[in-house]
Design a protein around this ligand. Structure first.
Ligand SMILES: Nc1ncnc2c1ncn2[C@@H]1O[C@H](COP(=O)(O)OP(=O)(O)OP(=O)(O)O)[C@@H](O)[C@H]1O
Length: 584
C-alpha cells in the first residue's frame, strides 16, 4: 500500500475531488444495504400473512428510490475519482516530457527510446489505475465490506456472521501471495514490452537500410520473437491474475455453504426467521464485490508501485550539466579560448582529447580537419557544453562557458550537427525552428544564404512542403542546406558547421562559403570538414590527430610545413584529378 503514500502529494492537491468521491462511495455502500433488508422483510410478511398491497407498494417505491439514487451517485464518484486519476496521468506525462527534454546527451546515450516510450505509456497507465481503480477498490472493499458485515452482525445474527467470515483470513493470505508473484512477473512483462517497443522504433526509423540490405525477413523474425516473448511474459502475468477470481469465488462459496448449514440450524432452533436468512444470504452476495475488490487491490497496487518506482527513478536522474548558482544570464560574445588538457567521454577510458589549445578571435573562421575519430566533434561538444568533466578551461568572451546559463550559451551558437534532423512539418517551419514567428523574408533570406531557396521554390508546395519523418523525401544535400538555413536564421554569434557541407557539390559549397564570408564579418565561425576546400580560406586551421592538435596555421603556412595537411591536400587534389578523368 506504500504507493498510496507515494501518491499522497497528489491526493492532497485534489483532496476536494477525492473527499467528495469517497463520501459518495460511502453513501452508495450504505444504500446497497436497503434491498436485501426489504427482501427479507417482505418474505417474512408473506410467511406471516401480513403483506398488503399498500405495504408492497411502499417497499417497491423505496427500492426504486434507492436504485435511482445509486445510479446518479455512481456516476458522480466515477467523475470525481477516475477523473482525478486521468489528470494525474496527464500531469506526470508532462513532468516526464519536460524531464526528457532537460536531460544531457549522455542520458540518451545510456537509455533506449523504446524503454522511455514504455515508461510514458504502460507505466503511466498503471499509476493512473492506482489513483483511480486503486482508490475505488480500497475504499469500496473497506466501506461496502464493513457496512455489509456490520448489517449482518447487528441486524441479523453476529454468530452466523462470524461463521460466514471463517474463510476470510485464508483469502487475504492467498491474495497477498498472488500480489507478490504478480509484482515480479509484471516487471518482466514490462521489460519485454520495452524491448519490443525499442525494436519497433528502430526498425521503422531504419526501414530504408533494412530494405536496401534485403533484411526484411530477418527483421520480421526478430520482431516475431520479441513479440512472442511479450505474449509469454504476459501469459505468466495472466496466470497469476486469473487465480484471483476463482480463489475469491471459492471462498465466497464456502461462506454461503456455512451460512446455509448454520442458518438452517438457527431457524430450526427458533433463533432466526426465514426472511432473516434470505436477507443474510443477500448480504453475503453483496460481499462478493468487496472481496473481489480486495483481491484486485493487491494486483493494482503491486503494478502501480512497480511503475511509480520506475517513473520516480527516471525523474530523479539529474541532468549532468546544470546552470551554476548565479549563472550569467546573457548570450556570450567575444574571443574563444580553448584550453583542454584532457577529456574522456563518460564510460570511456581513453581520452578523446588531450592538450588541445587554440584561441579564436571574434569574427574569425576556424577550420578543423583530421581523420575520422580524431576528436573534431568532441571539441564542438565541449564548446556546446553537451559534455563536461574535462581538465582545463574554455573561455568565451573571457568568461568560462560554464559560468553562463546553458540557454544563453546555446542561443549564441548556431550548430549544424552531422546527424541533422528535420521535423515532420513544413520546410518553412523547419527553418524557423528556433524562431517560429520569424517573418517570411527572414526565412527566405536564410534559405538564400544556405543556397536552398531555389530548390525550395521548385518543391510542389514551395516553403509549405511537408518534410517526411527525418526528411525522407529530400536529398542529403537539401537536408544539409535546410539545417544550415535553420542555424543561419538565428544570426548566431558563433556558427558551427560540423561536416555540414559533405553532401553538397563543390560549386554549391563554394557559394555557401562565399555568402557566409560576406554576411558574417563580425561573427565567429567554426567549420569541421574532410574536404579541405571547405576550410581552405579559414583564418586559422587546426589539424587533429588522435585527439590532439598536430598542426596549426593558415592554409599557406600549413602547405609550407609539408606535413599532414600538405599530404591530405595533395591526396585530395589527386583524387579530384582522377574524378575528372585525368585532365589537368
Ligand atoms: N558520445 C561518445 N561517447 C564515447 N565516445 C565517443 C563519443 N563520441 C565520440 N566518441 C569517441 O571519441 C573519439 C573522437 O570522436 P569525434 O566524434 O570527436 O571524432 P571526429 O573527428 O568528429 O570524427 P568524424 O570525422 O568521423 O566525425 C572517437 O574515438 C569516438 O569513438
Amino acid at each position: 500500500m506504500r504507493v498510496f503514500l507515494d501518491l499522497s502529494w497528489y491526493f492532497k492537491e485534489r483532496w476536494k475531488q477525492y473527499t467528495a468521491g469517497i463520501l459518495v462511495l460511502a453513501i452508495v455502500a450504505f444504500l446497497q444495504l436497503i434491498p436485501p433488508r426489504i427482501i427479507g422483510t417482505v418474505v417474512d410478511e408473506i410467511r406471516l400473512g401480513d403483506l398488503t398491497s399498500e405495504s408492497l407498494f411502499k417497499w417497491l417505491v423505496i427500492l426504486a428510490g434507492a436504485a435511482i439514487l445509486m445510479y446518479v451517485l455512481r456516476y458522480y464518484w466515477r467523475v470525481m475519482i477516475f477523473g482525478s486519476s486521468v489528470t494525474l496521468a496527464r500531469k506526470m506525462r508532462e513532468q516526464l516530457f519536460k524531464h526528457f527534454t532537460s536531460m544531457s546527451p549522455s542520458f540518451y546515450q545510456k537509455r533506449r527510446v523504446g524503454d522511455m516510450m514504455a515508461h510514458a505509456t504502460n507505466d503511466l497507465s498503471a499509476v493512473q489505475q492506482t489513483a483511480g481503480s486503486g482508490v475505488l477498490t480500497l475504499v469500496d472493499s473497506l466501506m461496502t465490506g464493513g457496512f455489509v458485515i456490520a448489517a449482518m452482525a447487528i441486524t441479523i445474527d453476529w454468530r452466523l456472521t462470524l461463521i460466514a467470515l471463517i474463510p476470510m483470513p485464508l483469502m487475504v493470505i492467498l491474495t497477498s501471495y498472488y500480489g507478490k508473484l504478480l509484482h515480479n512477473r509484471f516487471h518482466f512483462a514490462q521489460e519485454a514490452f520495452s524491448d519490443l517497443n525499442d525494436k519497433t522504433q528502430e526498425s521503422i526509423s531504419g526501414i530504408k537500410v533494412i530494405k536496401t540490405f534485403g533484411q526484411e525477413k530477418e527483421d520480421i523474425d526478430e520482431f516475431v520473437q520479441l513479440s512472442e516473448d511479450v505474449v509469454q511474459k504476459n501469459i505468466h502475468v495472466a496466470k497469476v491474475d486469473s487465480m484471483f477470481d476463482p480463489t475469491i469465488s471459492l471462498m465466497v462459496g464456502i461462506s454461503f455453504f456455512l451460512s446455509i448449514i448454520f442458518g438452517a440450524r438457527f431457524i430450526i432452533a427458533g433463533d432466526m426467521t426465514i426472511g432473516q436468512l434470505i436477507s443474510f444470504n443477500a448480504y453475503l452476495g453483496l460481499l462478493v464485490w468487496p472481496m473481489l475488490a480486495f483481491g484486485w487491490l493487491f494486483n493494482i497496487v503491486e503494478r502501480g508501485r512497480a511503475s511509480y518506482d520506475r517513473i520516480r527513478n527516471l525523474l530523479n536522474e539529474k541532468p549532468e550539466i546544470e546552470d551554476m548558482d548565479g549563472a550569467i544570464d546573457r548570450k556570450p560574445e567575444g574571443d574563444i579560448e580553448f584550453k583542454v588538457k584532457e577529456f574522456k567521454f563518460p564510460e570511456d577510458d581513453r581520452p578523446a582529447l588531450h592538450d588541445v589549445n587554440f584561441t579564436l578571435k571574434r569574427g574569425e573562421t576556424l577550420g578543423i580537419v583530421g581523420k575520422t575519430g580524431s576528436g573534431k566533434t568532441a571539441i564542438l561538444k565541449l564548446l556546446l557544453r553537451e559534455f563536461e568533466g574535462y581538465n582545463g578551461s574554455i573561455l568565451y568572451g573571457g568568461t568560462r562557458i560554464d559560468a553562463y546559463k546553458k540557454r544563453g550559451l546555446r542561443e549564441a551558437i548556431g550548430y549544424v550537427p552531422q546527424d541533422h534532423f528535420l521535423f515532420s512539418t513544413s520546410v518553412a517551419q523547419n527553418i524557423a525552428f528556433t524562431n517560429i514567428d520569424a517573418p517570411e523574408e527572414k526565412i527566405h533570406e536564410a534559405a538564400r544564404l544556405a543556397h536552398i531557396h531555389e530548390d525550395i521554390l521548385n518543391f510542389t508546395n514551395g516553403y509549405k512542403t511537408i518534410v517526411g519523418e527525418r526528411g525522407v523525401s529530400l536529398s542529403g544535400g537539401q537536408k544539409q542546406r535546410i539545417s544550415i538555413a535553420r542555424a543561419l536564421l538565428m544570426e548566431p554569434e558563433l556558427l558551427i558547421l560540423d561536416d555540414s557541407l559533405s553532401a553538397v557539390d563543390a560549386k554549391t559549397e563554394e557559394a555557401i562559403l562565399e555568402s557566409l564570408k560576406e554576411t558574417r564579418t563580425d561573427e565567429t565561425t567554426i567549420i569541421t570538414a574532410h574536404r579541405l576546400s571547405a576550410i581552405q580560406h579559414a583564418h586559422q586551421i587546426i589539424v587533429m590527430h588522435e585527439g590532439t592538435i598536430v598542426e596549426k596555421g593558415t592554409h599557406e603556412e600549413l602547405m609550407a610545413m609539408q606535413g599532414r595537411y600538405f599530404e591530405m591536400y595533395e591526396m585530395q587534389q589527386l583524387e579530384a584529378l582522377v574524378e575528372k578523368g585525368g585532365e589537368a
